[in-house]
Design a protein around this ligand. Structure first.
Ligand code: PLP
Length: 361
């Protein structure tokens, strides 16, 4: 059976060598005679998987020992409340950069625990850009500042971290661009990401959190919801998502073998440029995002004649270009080009769009 090009926004395409190794590991993990799905999480074989996965992530992104790397469950959506539950008490204020659906959800959860100050927002232009420093006003003493590094639905991405005042802990939802480019982890108090876009299967959330920051979290919470619990127990307080952790370890090894985060960045830029360059001169389709804010991960575009969009998506699917329908809140099309998405797939999409444009001219 041939595989087709999968533009899904997540769960999303994974590297082929990783899928092949995972197939083998389901049968027999590392020559143990037991498959990865069947090993006890407390046994030697899985502990080795956990340790190498963490070590590979640390090596890839230069994560210092002053940070814990946690493998949690409940998706990024759980982090939307777990972060304020730990760090935002009554009387406190947390600052949020509002750049789309996901930041809105994060803010709604935070408001259950304390005050939310919207430091900047691109809502007025339907989230078509990333707010500049001049558009941003921080509150006087936020307990943390939160931003969404890549907006999966609207197709915008921060070029660099927002310039938070010195000493304010920076918290990032990096679900849709984690490890797609080099990152200076030391600028952050915490980074979290559902794994199902750039890192592996759904079911595990990566949390990279500064140890002194996590210690400031509330002690008055259920044990499972305190970050210190998981940091103290190496993510083994309860049964972790063992298979998802295994796959992340293999994805991390693949990224390293391909040249690391700098190589991913270079590739991701080349892939996105192919598509944006076409969109910029097409008479059939147009990009929706301001050029300085375009995401390298999720390219959102519309037909000039919007009524043609369902047909375009159907024809693309018939050509083996799957998952292009845009998110229901914005419509149109979205091509997700995560690390594992091959440049050949972008070429195939551009060729398809060119042919369609010529046929309709
Ligand atoms: C940027 C961002 N944050 C949060 C989420 C929610 O993640 P989860 O489904 O893992 O809770 C998503 C899902 O697509 C996302 O793209």
């Amino acid at each position: 059976m041939t595989r087709i090009y999968n533009f899904s926004s997540g769960p999303a395409v994974l590297p082929e060598p990783v899928l092949r190794r995972a197939q083998e590991a389901i049968w027999d993990l590392d020559g143990t005679g037991i498959g990865v799905l069947e090993h006890s999480h407390r046994g030697k074989a899985f502990m080795a998987v956990l340790e190498r996965t963490e070590a590979r992530l640390r090596a890839l992104a230069g994560i210092p020992d002053t940070y814990a790397v946690l493998f949690l469950q409940g998706g990024a959506s759980t982090q939307f409340f777990q972060v304020p539950m730990n760090f935002l008490g009554a009387g406190g204020t947390a600052d949020y950069c509002h750049t789309g659906v996901w930041s809105k959800k994060a803010m709604a959860e935070a408001r259950r625990f304390g005050a939310v100050h919207v430091a900047c927002s691109s809502e007025a232009d339907q989230f078509r850009h990333i707010p500049a420093e001049e558009e941003t006003a921080w509150s006087s003493a936020p307990v943390y500042a939160h931003f969404t590094s890549n907006n999966t639905i609207y197709g915008t991405q921060w070029r660099s971290e927002p310039a938070v005042p010195a000493g304010v802990p920076l918290v990032c939802d990096a679900s849709s661009d984690i490890f797609s480019r080099p990152i200076d982890v030391t600028k952050y108090a915490m980074i979290y990401a559902g794994a199902q876009k750039n890192l592996g299967p759904s079911g595990v959330t990566i949390v990279i959190i500064r140890k002194d920051f996590l210690e400031t979290g509330s002690r008055d919470l259920p044990t499972m919801l305190q970050y210190r619990t998981h940091a103290g127990e190496q993510s083994m307080f309860n049964t972790p998502p063992t298979f998802a952790i295994y796959v992340i370890g293999e994805v991390a090894a693949w990224i390293a073998a391909e040249g690391g985060l700098a190589a991913m960045d270079e590739r991701n830029r080349a892939k996105a440029a192919l598509l944006y360059d076409y969109l910029d001169q097409s008479k059939l389709v147009r990009g929706t995002v301001r050029p300085d804010s375009r995401s390298l991960m999720n390219v959102v575009f519309r037909c000039v004649d919007e009524s043609f969009e369902p047909e375009l998506v159907a024809r693309a699917t018939a050509r083996g270009l799957d998952g292009l329908k845009g998110h229901r809140t914005v419509g149109g099309m979205r091509a997700s080009l995560y690390n594992a998405f091959p440049i050949e797939g972008v070429r195939a999409l551009v060729d398809f769009l060119r042919e369609l444009e010529a046929a309709r001219a």
